[in-house]
Design a protein around this ligand. Structure first.
Ligand code: FAD
Length: 454
């Protein structure tokens, strides 16, 4: 290795997604020096989770940031509605989830991350480095993780810190480098994504986050105000077969379920216009090692079904900040250099995992059951299953539990209660602990009162 540029900080966070960005913001606001390393050159990204649930919005409210975030272009989803056989079934009502934010904001993740980075930049201890794709863990003589390494601009960089937080997403490099064993849970579907323009004046009103099904399949439509993000489910691992069939089955599905999009769906002529989201649900044996903590998708990949991923990553970040900042803030010496400090850090990481793991695994198991049921339905043939469901019969040889569509209306209060309770439980947000204004706050003229006062 040639020249190495070395720096040191209190905490290095790898990955500037919702989890890493929120953690870096909260730590910086609580007086911790934090360096955020993001592998990409900027925050621009398409087809990522673009939803902020009522619980995340309430958290932003508690941080004094909600009003400013909601000034960014966004659409509001009032609930989750399933449209099947010409009827609409409201499964989730966000109105019940929050007094201040009774909706889910559909807002570009890129703009949200940019916003958080700008706010974090008001605190002197915060540093953000783009194009910093981490590829090495640094370890001390006793095997403790004590920093990370990456190559940028032809130079090797090392950032040393008492704690490294891996928030580097579903394909986490840090998880792989740390050799933490993981288990892939079964999933039944992958998703193909398509973006089409939204005509505000003529498109029908949907509730913002809508599911559609016919005898051909299952899809979703997310209202991004300026465009629709359409998802189409295919059996897991079957993208090559889907490619061979081409775009016609998807156009036929859109024609059946969203006929007012026909003209715009005609623009879909090439399979490469679709983006594949391979759904994964991954559980890890543990979320931390001495000197290293994983949060967000790096610790627990979750399927996009239900829109939990961002909420869970942000909740991990809040919990991590609450537990870690008293240990990391305002230190002149590296706490991991003495036995007591190292033990305190290890206990903090164990505590974060203990608090967050049950909530996350509850969601993952729920999704695993859902995926298994979908896979059984698909194996039996969606058409046969739908016909059997309509007759209130169990399809031969097993298959999905029969629900008479006509009877679903009557069962809705129970269904809503069950789905709603789960959803609320899943996204309950820890309360952020904020200390008095650290001396390191940069005097920025336009800083909001809440930012500086906290
Ligand atoms: C197509 C799609 C749609 C989704 N829809 C929703 C939705 O509607 N609602 C919802 O709640 N969730 C949704 N999700 C899931 C959600 O986006 C994730 O759960 C969430 O973003 C996880 O946040 P995170 O911070 O843990 O990781 P990520 O958002 O994945 O961020 C990880 C970051 O780490 C960076 N990185 C990776 N490797 C390195 C490295 N070696 N060095 C430095 N940086 C690195 C990446 O560039 C990235 O910026 C969706 C996901 C996808 C893919």
């Amino acid at each position: 290795m040639g020249a190495v540029e070395t720096s040191e900080t209190d905490c290095v966070v790898v990955g500037g997604g919702p989890g890493g960005m929120m953690l870096a913001y909260l730590l910086a606001r609580n007086g911790v020096r934090v360096t955020l390393l993001e592998g990409a050159g900027d925050f621009e990204r398409e087809f990522r989770g673009d939803t902020l649930s009522p619980a995340v919005l309430d958290l932003l409210g508690a941080l004094g940031l909600a009003d400013a975030v909601l000034e960014l272009p966004h659409a509001k989803a009032t609930g989750l509605t399933w449209h099947a056989r010409g009827r609409d079934y409201k499964l989730l009502d966000y109105g019940a989830a929050s007094r201040d934010h009774p909706f889910m904001a559909i807002l570009s993740q890129s703009r949200f991350l940019e916003f958080l980075a700008t706010r974090a930049g008001r605190f002197a201890g915060f540093e953000l480095r783009f194009s910093a794709r981490v590829n090495r863990l640094l370890r001390s003589d006793d095997g403790r993780v004590c920093g990370v390494g990456y190559r940028a601009g032809g130079i090797e960089h090392e950032v040393r810190a008492p704690l490294v937080v891996g928030a580097d997403g579903r394909f986490s490099v840090l998880r792989r480098l740390a050799e933490i064993p993981s288990r892939e849970c079964g999933v039944g579907n992958d998703l193909l994504w398509l973006r089409v323009p939204r005509y505000k004046d003529s498109d029908p009103w949907l509730c913002g986050f809508d599911l559609f099904s016919d005898e051909r399949g299952l899809g979703s439509a997310l209202n991004h105000d300026t465009h629709w993000q359409i998802g189409y489910a295919i059996p897991v691992g079957s993208v090559e077969q889907a490619r061979a069939r081409g775009v016609e089955p998807i156009k036929a599905f859109i024609h059946n379920t969203l006929p007012w999009l026909d003209e715009r769906a005609a623009e879909l002529t090439d399979f490469d216009q679709l983006k594949l989201l391979s759904i994964r649900i991954t559980m890890l044996e543990r979320w931390w090692l001495p000197g290293l903590l994983l949060i967000g998708d790096a610790a627990h990949v979750i399927s996009p079904v239900g829109g939990y991923g961002i909420g869970l990553a942000v909740a991990d970040a809040v919990e991590a900040s609450n537990v870690l900042h008293p240990i990391l803030a305002g230190r002149h010496a590296d706490p991991s250099q003495d036995a007591d400090g190292a033990r305190a850090l290890d206990e903090a990481c164990a505590l974060i995992e203990a608090r967050r793991r049950p909530v996350v695994e509850d969601r993952q198991r729920f999704q695993e059951r859902l995926e298994a049921r979908n896979a059984r339905a698909r194996a039996k043939g969606m058409k046969a299953a739908m016909a059997a469901v309509a007759k209130g019969k169990q399809p031969k040889g097993g298959g999905p539990r029969p629900i008479r569509v006509e009877r679903l209306q009557g069962a809705l209060p129970v269904l809503r209660r069950r789905v709603g309770t789960r959803a609320t439980k899943a996204i309950r947000m820890p309360r952020p602990i904020l200390v008095a204004a650290p001396e390191s706050v940069r005097p920025v003229n336009q800083a909001s009162a809440a930012d500086v006062a906290a």
